[in-house]
Design a protein around this ligand. Structure first.
Ligand SMILES: Cc1cc2nc3c(=O)[nH]c(=O)nc-3n(C[C@H](O)[C@H](O)[C@H](O)COP(=O)(O)OP(=O)(O)OC[C@H]3O[C@@H](n4cnc5c(N)ncnc54)[C@H](O)[C@@H]3O)c2cc1C
Length: 229
């Protein structure tokens, strides 16, 4: 569900470069602010109208004390402002939540397919499972253009402590489409699971079609399409 027409103050704590080309911004968590792993928020600068994408998945988990977004560096006015954000600046959330039930279902098995920074909502989900000792069966298929997988170190630590979570990192640089699709399908043993796809629109569309063509039912596929890339 999306909670709309809000004006929830958002104070930056810090910004970091996760790795070259990727950044995160941490915000203080507003008092009593609850969200689900998989949710996104629309954020704005107080008294500033800037051009650019304003929707960001929470890369932090509901179990963490702060809110965090993670994004690819960009050139839009909004991205530039995020990239030079200072703690004295004030932002606000206008809406948050998610439209497509983009949340892990308890006691069901799930396949998460991330493309690049599309890993953000899945970091939130897996961190929440780690903190709550979750037992869900989860297969993460993480596609990236090179070997620099965002959050890899912490994902590995968490999954080592979660016997039902399996991670597969696929660098797509050396793979043509056919090989990439073959690799993905080899990891999808059972079409009767919950599938979640997150990343740039082209990646989301192609993987959604791949799953549909392989017999996955449309009702079992949930997407988070990062428009703007
Ligand atoms: C539900 C949802 C969740 C989302 N979650 C996230 C998230 O967690 N993280 C995230 O990053 N985005 C997320 N997005 C997308 C986000 O809202 C922005 O649309 C996206 O980050 C692009 O930002 P931007 O339009 O400000 O432009 P920019 O990032 O500045 O990009 C604008 C255009 O310029 C290109 N570009 C960028 N840098 C360069 C360069 N150096 N040289 C040449 N061209 C360049 C880009 O490819 C793009 O075509 C989400 C979107 C939705 C709908």
């Amino acid at each position: 569900m999306v909670t709309k027409n809000q004006h929830i103050p958002l104070s930056p704590i810090k910004r970091i470069e996760d790795q070259p080309g990727y950044r995160s911004v941490y915000f203080s968590r507003p008092k009593n602010f609850e969200f689900h792993a998989g949710d996104w928020m629309d954020i704005h600068f107080e008294n500033l109208e800037l051009i650019g994408g304003i929707t960001y998945s929470f890369s932090s988990s509901p179990t963490e004390a702060y809110l965090r977004i993670s994004f690819r560096e960009g050139i839009s006015e909004f991205k530039k402002a995020l990239q030079s954000l200072t703690p004295d600046q004030q932002l606000y959330i206008s809406q948050y939540g998610n439209d497509y039930d983009f949340q892990l279902k308890k006691n069901q098995s799930s396949v998460l397919i991330a493309g690049g920074v599309g890993i953000a909502p899945f970091r939130s989900m897996i961190k929440e499972m780690y903190d709550n000792k979750g037992k869900n069966e989860v297969t993460l298929i993480y596609l990236n253009q090179n070997e620099n997988f965002l959050f890899r170190d912490e994902l590995d630590v968490w999954s080592n402590n979660l016997p039902n979570v399996n991670l597969h990192y696929i660098s797509t640089k050396e793979l043509n489409r056919k090989k990439r699709e073959k690799r993905i399908l080899s990891l999808v043993k059972n079409p009767h699971q919950n599938f979640y796809i997150s990343g740039p629109p082209g990646m989301v569309d192609s993987n959604e079609h791949l799953l549909l063509d392989s017999g996955v039912h449309v009702k079992d596929i949930r997407i988070d399409s990062f428009g703007g890339y």
